[in-house]
Design a protein around this ligand. Structure first.
Ligand code: CO
Length: 141
């Protein structure tokens, strides 16, 4: 059966990189690699500070902990800085989540959360994807 186009990823929205030191990471990605920081957002409720560096249609997001017990702390402690997740953009998040579950993939959490980009997101468990944490982002256009 063909997948509903609304449940089909249409682009990589962003790639999340876990970092300990946001200023040092910005210096690397901006000065070293030539991207430009568009904005830096603090999300105290999730314990995150995120720098957004657009690259074509996608964005590199540098995700740093904002204090102790942040959402990214466990990852940094266990695996160190590096690639954290990639985000696929879909038109219909609910349909995409359902399609993934129908295919046997395990989604994290009971329902969508609001992502740093201001759109609803869901995460597919890395054990379901052979390694990478995959974020699905619903954006109606
Ligand atoms: Co993300």
């Amino acid at each position: 059966m063909d997948r509903d186009p609304k449940a089909t990823p249409r682009k990589i929205n962003h790639i999340g990189i876990a970092v300990r030191d946001l200023e040092a990471a910005i210096a690397l990605w901006q000065g070293g690699l030539g991207l430009t920081v568009q904005q830096v957002v603090e999300m105290p409720e999730r314990g995150l500070k995120i720098a957004f560096l657009p690259c074509g249609e996608a964005t590199i997001e540098l995700v740093a902990p904002l204090g102790e017990g942040s959402e990214i702390s466990k990852f940094l402690d266990e695996r160190g800085p590096g690639l954290h997740h990639l985000c696929l953009e879909v038109q219909d998040l609910e349909a995409a989540s359902q399609a993934a579950e129908d295919q046997g993939l395990r989604l994290i959490g009971a329902g969508p959360k609001l992502g740093a980009e201001g759109y609803p997101v869901r995460f597919v468990h890395p054990k379901s994807t052979g390694g990478p944490l995959v974020e699905l982002l619903g954006k109606i256009e």
